[in-house]
Design a protein around this ligand. Structure first.
Ligand code: HEC
Ligand code: HEC
Length: 372
């Protein structure tokens, strides 16, 4: 079987990377079936730091002209995706990629659609903030001015020292801003969907009979979905504070051949021909609210996603995964599969006030949200 999974399988000692228990002013409030995500030693979680990170995440003043926050492209009600096929940067120009949702992002060993070197949430924030290909928030070369602008706000003058008590007179800088943003993002855990209540909570009525049949289809080798969308997060990418292994999976799902704006995929970073068109398997939690789909946003809705797999991909690319076998599926089965995918929506997460915009209506931090 031509099922090629990149199992980077980096052995990490959980103890070396997770902060020792009991030192964190933070409670994960997770259900029994999932351990917390790993937390880097230099960035322990705390209530104060997560709250600071939330204010930064929603603050337009992190962008050059004040018009764009992280939240412009990562909208809570859309599980922190943006509802667009591809994101629009600060200059109004389309980037090449679909904005990923951020639910459970702390569990992803590799971030972004296809960069195997992007393994730190702290580091990732530098890309939208300061990157120029694409220009997202446009702040490249202006970091000092941006940090000074933040520190002029009395909220931050108070919040940075509280969030980083181990640093003398903590200010906004590259270290603190990226650490606080990362702590907030690690707090975005989502495990309270109807499917969780059915599968893990013993609530037989939490999902419909159609969704239960859809679950069977999803885990049936006729359709093969579960090979790549596996485990609690429904992806073959996972790291936790206790697991000795990180799992990473990149696949070519037959989207690549006819893309108008070709993004090469994993090959861009590895140079290996077999990696062309391979992208990280996304988690399917909250997938019903993160349309349009795929790295290029080329699949409009869940029915179209299933139809894509049914036809074995768009065809034409020799590297297409051997699991894209194509299959016959009836309309009723498609509806059931969709009902299952919809049961993965965690309404508590999408409306949780702890993840919402903390700034008052008229505050300078607020930006016009790039809503679809
Ligand atoms: C202009 C829109 C835009 C803005 C603004 C933006 N992002 Fe993103 N974000 C994206 C896109 C597009 C991707 C996918 C990038 C890729 O695969 O190369 C992404 C990916 C991510 C990821 C990886 C998620 C995953 O599942 O691997 C994280 C984390 C993230 N963004 C955090 C942030 C933070 C923090 C900010 C603010 C500092 C921010 N983003 C601002 C569009 C945006
Ligand atoms: C060979 C591994 C593999 C198999 C089998 C597979 N998927 Fe995927 N799935 C992926 C990858 C990789 C992506 C992202 C592809 C991209 O953007 O280039 C993806 C994307 C998706 C998306 C879009 C999610 C988003 O956030 O954009 C949906 C929905 C989806 N798959 C559902 C399914 C269903 C339903 C099945 C079974 C019919 C299935 N997948 C089978 C690997 C797989």
């Amino acid at each position: 079987m031509a099922h090629k999974t990149l199992r980077a399988g980096v052995l990490i000692l959980a103890g070396a990377i997770a902060a020792p228990a009991g030192t964190e002013d933070w409670s994960w409030n997770l259900p029994d079936f999932i351990p917390p995500p790993p937390v880097p030693e230099d960035n322990p979680m705390s209530e104060a730091k997560v709250d600071l990170g939330r204010h930064l995440f929603y603050d337009g003043r992190l962008s050059l002209d004040g018009t764009m926050a992280c939240a412009s492209c990562h909208v809570q009600s859309l599980a922190f995706s943006d509802g667009r096929a591809v994101s629009i940067g600060i200059d109004g120009e389309a980037t090449r990629k679909n904005a990923q949702g951020l639910a459970n992002v702390g569990y992803m060993p590799i971030l972004t659609w296809a960069n195997p070197h992007m393994d730190s949430i702290e580091f990732q924030a530098l890309v939208p903030l300061f990157g120029d290909d694409p220009r997202e928030m446009g702040s490249g070369g202006h970091d000092v001015a941006i940090f000074e602008r933040l520190m002029a706000d009395p909220f931050y003058a108070d919040a940075f020292p509280k969030a980083f008590p181990e640093r003398e007179d903590a200010q906004a800088d590259l270290f603190t801003v990226t650490r606080a943003l990362a702590a907030f993002q690690r707090s975005l855990t989502s495990f309270d969907s109807p499917y969780d209540r059915y599968r893990h909570g013993g609530d037989e009525d939490a999902i419909s009979e159609a969704a239960k049949r859809g679950e069977q289809h999803f885990f049936d080798h006729r359709f093969e979905c579960y090979h790549c969308h596996v485990g609690t997060l429904l992806t073959d990418n996972l790291q936790t504070a206790t697991a000795p292994w990180q799992e990473t999976g990149f696949h070519n799902t037959g989207l690549h051949a006819i893309l108008p704006t070709r993004t090469p995929g994993l090959i861009e970073f590895t140079g290996r021909p077999e990696d062309e068109g391979r992208f990280r398997t996304p988690s399917l939690r909250n997938v019903a609210v993160t349309a349009p789909y795929m790295h290029d946003g080329s699949v409009a809705d869940l029915a179209a996603a299933i139809a894509h797999y049914a036809q074995g991909g768009r065809g034409g690319h020799p590297g297409t995964s051997g699991l894209l076998v194509g299959f016959e599926i009836t309309e009723a089965e498609t509806a059931e599969l969709i009902a299952f995918l919809e049961s993965l929506t965690d309404e508590t997460f999408l409306t949780d006030p702890r993840h919402a915009d903390p700034w008052p209506e008229d505050h300078a931090a607020r930006v016009d949200r790039a809503m679809p």
